[in-house]
Design a protein around this ligand. Structure first.
Ligand SMILES: [Zn+2]
Length: 104
C-alpha cells in the first residue's frame, strides 16, 4: 500500500486521503472584469500533465486538512508533500518520500 506523508500527521495509508484537484490555481485578481469564457476557464479548465504535476490533497480520515503534493503521473511516485502556502523546494530532503511514495 502506498504511504502518503501528511505534512501535519506524518505517513499514513493512501486510503485516508482524497484527491482535491490541481494545486496552485490563482484566483482572478479582478473577478468583475472576467467574461463568461474567462470564468469557465478559471473554474473548469485544468492541466492534464504527463509527468510531474502539482496536486491538492486532503487528509479526510485524519486531520481533514488540505495540502499539496508533487506527483509524477507516469510512475505515480510522490516527490514531495507540503503545506498550502509553502514552496515545495522548502521541504528538507530528509522529509521527502523515497521512491514509491514511502517516507524514510
Ligand atoms: Zn493529516
Amino acid at each position: 500500500m502506498l504511504l502518503i506523508k501528511c505534512p501535519f500527521c506524518g505517513p499514513r495509508p493512501e486510503i485516508e486521503f482524497a484527491y482535491g484537484g490541481q494545486a496552485h490555481i490563482e484566483r482572478p485578481k479582478d473577478p468583475m472584469s472576467l467574461d463568461d469564457e474567462a470564468w469557465a476557464e478559471y473554474l473548469y479548465i485544468r492541466n492534464n500533465t504527463r509527468g510531474v504535476h502539482s496536486e491538492r490533497w486532503r487528509h479526510i480520515n485524519g486531520c481533514a486538512r488540505f495540502f499539496n503534493v508533487r506527483r509524477d503521473t507516469i510512475s505515480d511516485e510522490i516527490l514531495v508533500t507540503y503545506k498550502v502556502g509553502e514552496a515545495p523546494d522548502a521541504v528538507p530532503e530528509k522529509d521527502r518520500p523515497t521512491k514509491g511514495g514511502a517516507v524514510r
